[in-house]
Design a protein around this ligand. Structure first.
Ligand code: 4NP
Length: 153
């Protein structure tokens, strides 16, 4: 079977989507699940930048290194490149859906937390908040990440 290509999308691609990217990459590697994982932002505000230092620190605390990741903006070609596109909040969903040109493209896009069991369907943006926000992001991602891995076993 071909390796599935998974894309995580948030606004800046320096907090939430790199955390999801790093978490799923880590779980896939540890469990020998073949996944190609990438992440990007609906904006290019931080293009070329490494993840926010608070996101890097939170992931390092959990044993996951995301220092190699670099921000890039979502592009139209991502709809063809990726099999599954997971967005972090409803604003990301609206922005990505607005760029979709076919039903096939639209069907690839979903709120990431829909895979999980959390009551909330949105991963809140931690950028302007306190350090606690990054722990919350990490916790909210867990169930959905496990489901995603299980779906590809
Ligand atoms: P992210 O967080 O979408 O989780 O990467 C943000 C990062 C930067 C900005 C907004 C959200 N910003 O406006 O610069």
């Amino acid at each position: 079977m071909n390796t599935s290509k998974i894309l995580f999308v948030c606004l800046g691609n320096i907090c939430r989507s790199p955390m999801a990217h790093g978490l799923v990459r880590h779980l896939a590697e540890n469990q020998f699940v073949r996944l190609d994982v990438d992440s990007c932002g609906t904006s290019g505000y931080h293009a070329g930048e490494a993840p926010d230092l608070r996101a890097q620190a939170k992931m390092k605390e959990k044993g996951i290194d995301i220092s190699d990741l670099r921000s890039r903006a979502f592009s139209q070609s991502d709809f063809n490149e990726f099999d599954e596109i997971y967005v972090m909040d409803l604003s990301n969903l609206k922005d990505v859906m607005a760029m979709a040109q076919t039903e096939e493209h639209k069907n690839k896009v979903q709120l990431f937390l829909k895979l999980g069991t959390e009551e909330t369907l949105e991963v809140p943006d931690p950028y302007y908040g306190s350090e606690d926000g990054f722990e919350l992001v990490y916790q909210l991602l867990q169930n959905s990440a496990k489901t995603l891995i299980a779906n590809h076993k």
